[in-house]
Design a protein around this ligand. Structure first.
Ligand SMILES: Nc1nc2c([nH]c(=O)n2[C@@H]2O[C@H](COP(=O)(O)OP(=O)(O)OP(=O)(O)O)[C@@H](O)[C@H]2O)c(=O)[nH]1
Length: 135
């Protein structure tokens, strides 16, 4: 029997009061360098997806939130090289602190429709229309 071992990644659409969403730019030297992505990262073994996302938002942006502020929104399913990525996207409207680019090259706040003009990872492309309809 084939074992399916997906790469489980969690990410957040942080939404501000004007309905704009935060994207971060991946640094040079990494896979998919310079593409714009939702903040987040891999779920570690023995970690819940929500705990992973709270941790990643603190590490990457220096903001604090709580799992009760993470609303499951949609997901992406995409083959990435020899792995299969499952990306769980949450909407978050409540956090403490001002996001800072601790890992990313840059941050930007955009409306979902503006994402079509930005280079994003292939897995993220189907999420744009869904966010546009949702927010
Ligand atoms: N955070 C995030 N990751 C995404 C998005 N779209 C997407 O394909 N990914 C992929 O999901 C994985 C996220 O894991 P990660 O952030 O821990 O990986 P990384 O390559 O940046 O760092 P690392 O492997 O050095 O820890 C990467 O392979 C990344 O390319 C997205 O919108 N946000």
């Amino acid at each position: 029997m084939t074992r399916f071992s997906p790469l489980l990644v969690v990410a957040a659409a942080l939404v501000d009061r004007d309905g704009r969403v935060l994207l971060q730019q991946r640094p040079p030297g990494k896979p998919m360098a310079e593409l714009w992505e939702f903040p987040g990262g891999k779920v570690e073994p023995d970690e819940t997806p929500e705990a992973a996302l709270v941790r990643e938002l603190e590490e990457e942006l220096g903001i604090r939130t709580h799992r009760s502020c993470l609303a499951p929104a949609t997901f992406a399913s995409e083959t990435l090289g020899d792995r299969h990525l499952l990306l769980l996207l949450y909407v978050c409207r409540k956090w403490e602190g001002v996001p800072q680019a601790r890992h990313a090259t840059a941050l930007t706040w955009v409306r979902p429709a503006q994402m079509y003009a930005l280079p994003m990872p292939p897995a993220d492309l189907p999420l744009i229309g869904l966010l546009d309809a949702m927010l």
